[in-house]
Design a protein around this ligand. Structure first.
Ligand code: ATP
Length: 260
């Protein structure tokens, strides 16, 4: 499912948060949304998954306006991994991941063998196969995050929306999860903070600042010292290894301040 934002505006408590943003997520690309704290990344993503209503412009999915989709039809196509993933019911891991199959089942339809296979496969992908019967509430933050991603994978979406999907994960799982997401071959729109990881995994990056697009393009086009200075007010060195992988070395803030 292709996603297009057309001159999107979002206000929260009468304050303009997203100011006239247009974007395109298509072609099975992994698109990163980056920007400083408070720049509007979560607000933008929440508007795409209908938690906020735009105050102007439109969200289009496969060229159709978002409000024209029935929630269940939308859930068959779009999966969301939000920033806060509290589940207050005492469910085991398998039950949580099985929730991802709900949009594919009829009103009173029971899960079939195929649904259990998909759940097993999704748990395997995130390295949590041994936790099937564990109570979700007893898991660590990173384990919960991987289960919520498994639930999204079990949904078999064609558009995956992720709000900081790796913020609780150690580096092994950050790389593993980003690798899994990258290999899905579906449209992915993810808010990320780590510029080096975004450079490594994203096909396209949008940088936003104060609710507007600062820049957009391939990681090579967008991530550079000027942008990091302009958007984050931090100085840095950027190098590339022989495989073309970008490495960013940030300078402590007092160096930048003393140089101004
Ligand atoms: N309900 C609300 N009412 C008023 N302002 C809000 C509301 N929710 C969020 N904001 C403000 O909107 C701005 C954007 O917030 P948002 O969470 O979208 O930023 P973000 O880029 O995701 O930040 P972070 O990187 O810290 O997660 C912030 O200044 C925030 O305080």
């Amino acid at each position: 499912m292709n996603l297009e934002l057309e001159n999107l505006k979002v206000s929260l408590s009468s304050a303009p948060i997203i100011n006239d943003i247009s974007m395109q997520i298509d072609g099975g690309q992994f698109v990163g949304l980056l920007g400083p704290n408070g720049s509007g990344k979560s607000t933008l993503l929440r508007t795409v998954y209908r938690m906020h209503k735009p105050s102007g412009g439109a969200v289009l999915l496969d060229d159709r306006p978002l409000p024209s989709y029935k929630p269940k039809n939308l859930a068959r196509e779009m999966a969301v991994v939000g920033q806060f993933n509290n589940i207050n019911f005492d469910l085991c891991v398998e039950e949580v991941v099985m929730m991802g199959r709900t949009p594919h089942l009829g009103a009173l339809e029971r899960e079939k063998i195929r649904d259990y296979e998909i759940v097993r496969d999704s748990l395997e992908k995130v390295g949590m196969s041994d936790y099937t019967k564990r109570s979700f509430t007893t898991l660590s933050g990173g384990e919960k995050q991987r289960i919520i991603l498994a639930r999204a994978l079990a949904q078999k979406p064609s558009l995956l929306i992720l709000d900081e999907p790796t913020n609780h994960l150690d580096i092994t799982y950050q790389l593993q999860i980003l690798g899994i997401i990258k290999n899905l071959g579906i449209n992915v729109f993810a808010a990320l903070h780590d510029l080096s990881l975004a450079a490594q995994y994203c096909d396209k990056i949008y940088i936003i600042k104060h609710g507007a697009i600062d820049s957009c393009g391939t990681p090579d086009e967008v991530i550079n010292r000027n942008m990091i200075n302009r958007v984050y007010h931090v100085d840095c060195d950027i190098t590339k290894d022989s495989a073309g992988r970008m490495s960013i070395s940030y300078f402590p803030l007092h160096i930048l301040e003393s140089e101004i």
